[in-house]
Design a protein around this ligand. Structure first.
Ligand SMILES: Cc1cc2nc3c(=O)[nH]c(=O)nc-3n(C[C@H](O)[C@H](O)[C@H](O)COP(=O)(O)OP(=O)(O)OC[C@H]3O[C@@H](n4cnc5c(N)ncnc54)[C@H](O)[C@@H]3O)c2cc1C
Length: 650
């Protein structure tokens, strides 16, 4: 059967927020026709989606992997020493949840309160936070949920490196916590949880949880994939449908092949922080000046569309670990034997396989001490006083350990590695995205804005030092991979010390060049001494400058885009009101992370789901229907007995 050309509700964009809205509404009322239109491919039964351990492959930009779209800064940035940054974004049903790193964290309570919008306080949102979760870890607080569609667990395995990391973190003043995601704790470390179902070993993506589950049992949810929404169609200022085009422009002479679907009741735009503003602008919703420039009729003059782009920033530093450590390096490097072993292990018992993990087993949230604050300079101190001081639940930085090098292994020497990620959670910098043409295939103007506020350097510098102190105190530590650290002067006491001589001999026992002394260029470190009591490294001003240059050269997205269609008063540049209605229009809502008026200190999948849940409630209220709880059973829920693991798929 072909698809209808008129439905009740159209959801444009199948990321986490869009999947929640489409799935919840369709399940609530089988007589309601809902269409979900997604620009990327369907994720169903794709083994490169559901096997958790292969997620880094989704970051390959090789002309074959089309699960991500790569936004490149249009201009070189003086804040990044002339670099252009790249922000990869999901391009597949499930959005980020089908390709992300599966790290589970949640925003602090004050982050939601800071939205300053009735209905959106942490207290009011708590029931929705709970209803989306199937939390599979023990806990001693009452903020998690147990019968929701999104599974959260430790995955199939945790490496010993995580425990090593927690012990070393404690040694530098970061105590252990058994739940850092209680909306309140802002300075502690923990075993990070993952969006992995511990019974099936599979990724817990939003499409499987909210959309496939409903399509399995009802026939009122229509799914269009590989279909890019080009614009919303208006009658006056009332949204009455959308036009979409094929995902790739392969038509005759590049002619625009639009299909139009009408929506009787509502259009919901949920194409993500970088997709949603482009759809609005192509529809005539945005700054009047821009509309005139690109030759479009202005339906609603909203200069805030596409502005105030925010993200979290990361730098990553790589360390050598002992040859006895369990890391994913050989698997990622492409060692055939290791790959066969790990894939087979997953096939036989996915629930406890090494691939049922993202190898990101532990992490921390931190706030600076008074003494540390003093060293962080006037710009950050001004931000601290305004933003953090009176909100003790807000961490300044996150850190996490990956049991492998998160890097292109073809560019690395042999050996085993850990990666320390440093994430800045509330950057002061801001960027923007705007269309350059009404043509949906034309690239937009994009300015990531990374590091364009000087206050953002100090906390990253501080946490680089912090993670370095932790790494040096780990039992598995065997040196710094100098190429993935700041370039300190060789005579500085802060200069990196690469592989230790014993590990070097272990890796290349017959190597004729191991241990040669060629000045400062080739000189392995002394053998590792597990009993050594460490003093903190002392950094000079010149060393700090080396760190700041390294930050400018290497800082990247954490793929946590938000803020381009903010929920705040129209006169302050707002785009949607508290019910997510787009100002100056009717029957049109935005539901995704673009609506955040301020940052959220978390890996943002949990927040996208929550915005989706809130959006589903608001649309349901508008339509006079009631959501059904709990949601439809997730398709890959485990079959209890007697069935081999691979048959537990559906
Ligand atoms: C590589 C990566 C790693 C990440 N790691 C983590 C992590 O470990 N933990 C965590 O919590 N969060 C992580 N995130 C962030 C998290 O996945 C996102 O915050 C979340 O997916 C945002 O949800 P969204 O619904 O706002 O938008 P998106 O996920 O961006 O979804 C938008 C959807 O709309 C589609 N779309 C765009 N334009 C159009 C159009 N014109 N027409 C039709 N469809 C369109 C896109 O294809 C996409 O499917 C990661 C994200 C990425 C990309």
């Amino acid at each position: 059967m072909g698809h209808p050309d008129e439905v009740d509700v159209i959801v444009a964009g199948g990321g986490p927020a869009g999947c929640v809205v489409a799935g919840r509404l369709a399940y609530a009322d089988p007589s309601l026709k809902v269409m979900l239109i997604e620009g990327g491919a369907n994720n169903r039964d794709d083994p490169w989606v559901y096997r958790p351990g292969i997620y880094v492959r989704n970051m390959q930009r090789n002309g074959i992997n089309d699960k991500a779209k790569f936004y490149l800064d249009t201009m070189a940035s003086s804040y990044l020493r002339g670099r252009q940054s790249i922000v990869p974004c999901a391009n597949i049903l499930g959005g980020g949840s089908s390709i992300n790193f599966q790290m589970y964290t949640r925003a602090s309570a004050s982050d939601w309160d800071d939205f300053k919008t009735p209905g959106w306080t942490a207290q009011e949102l708590l029931p929705l936070m709970k209803r989306l979760e199937n939390y599979q870890k023990p806990t001693n607080n009452d903020t998690h949920g147990y019968d929701g569609p999104i599974a959260i667990s430790n995955g199939g395995t945790i490496t010993a490196l995580a425990q090593d990391f927690l012990r070393a973190s404690d040694a530098v003043g970061i105590p252990f916590s058994d739940d850092l995601q209680d909306l309140d704790t802002s300075h502690a470390s923990e075993i990070w949880a993952k969006y992995i179902n511990r019974h099936t070993g599979r990724r817990s993506d939003a499409a499987t949880a909210y959309v496939h589950s409903v399509m399995d049992v009802q026939n009122n949810l229509y799914l269009r994939t590989n279909a890019r929404v080009s614009r919303v169609i208006f009658e006056g200022t009332k949204a009455v449908g959308v036009a979409y085009v094929p995902a790739k422009n392969r038509g005759h002479k590049g002619q625009l092949m639009e299909t139009i679907v009408r929506a009787r009741k509502m259009v919901v735009v949920s194409s993500g922080t970088l997709g949603t503003p482009q759809i609005l602008e192509r529809s005539g919703v945005g700054s009047k000046e821009l509309m005139e420039k690109v030759g479009l009729n202005c339906v609603s003059d909203l200069p805030g569309v596409g502005e105030e782009y925010q993200d979290h920033y990361t730098t990553l530093s790589i360390y050598r670990v002992s040859q006895e450590s369990h890391t994913l390096d050989d698997f990622l490097r492409g060692d055939k034997e290791v790959q066969r072993e790990l894939f087979q292990e997953w096939e036989v018992s996915p629930e406890k396989a090494r691939l049922s993990s993202n190898a990101i087993d532990a992490g921390f949230k931190i706030r600076p001490t008074e003494a540390e604050l003093k060293e962080m300079g006037p710009e950050f101190n001004a931000l601290w006083d305004k933003y953090f001081k009176d909100k003790p639940d807000k961490p300044v930085m996150f850190g996490s350990i990956v049991s492998a090098a998160y890097a292109d292994h073809s560019l690395l020497p042999p050996g085993k590695y850990i990666t320390m990620f440093q994430y800045l959670e509330y950057p002061a910098s801001r960027g923007k995205i705007h269309i350059t043409s009404p043509d949906p295939y034309k690239e937009p103007f994009f300015d990531s804005g990374f590091m364009n506020n000087k206050a953002d350097f100090a906390p990253i510098r501080w946490s680089y030092k912090k993670t370095r102190e932790i790494a040096r105190r780990m039992d598995a530590f065997r040196g710094e991979l100098a190429s993935h650290h700041p370039h300190f002067h060789p005579a500085s006491p802060a200069a990196c010390r690469d592989i230790d001589i014993e590990t070097a001999k272990d890796i290349l026992p017959n190597g004729f060049t191991v241990g040669i002394h060629m000045g400062t260029w080739h000189r392995p470190s002394e053998p590792y001494n597990a009993d050594k009591v460490h003093d903190d490294i002392v950094y000079s001003e010149e060393d700090d400058k080396a760190i700041d240059d390294w930050i400018a050269d290497h800082v990247e997205t954490t793929w946590h885009s938000l803020g381009t269609c903010a929920m705040k008063p129209r006169e302050e540049g707002g785009v949607v009101d508290g019910r997510l209605n787009v100002f100056g229009t009717q029957n049109l809502k935005c539901v995704d992370l673009s609506i955040c008026p301020d940052n959220l200190g978390t890996n943002t999948y949990s927040s996208a789901l929550l915005v989706g849940e809130k959006g589903a409630d608001l649309v349901a209220e508008d339509l006079g229907i009631k959501l059904k709880l709990p949601h439809a059973p997730v398709p890959h829920a485990p079959v209890p007995k007697g069935v081999p693991a691979t048959q537990q798929v559906r």
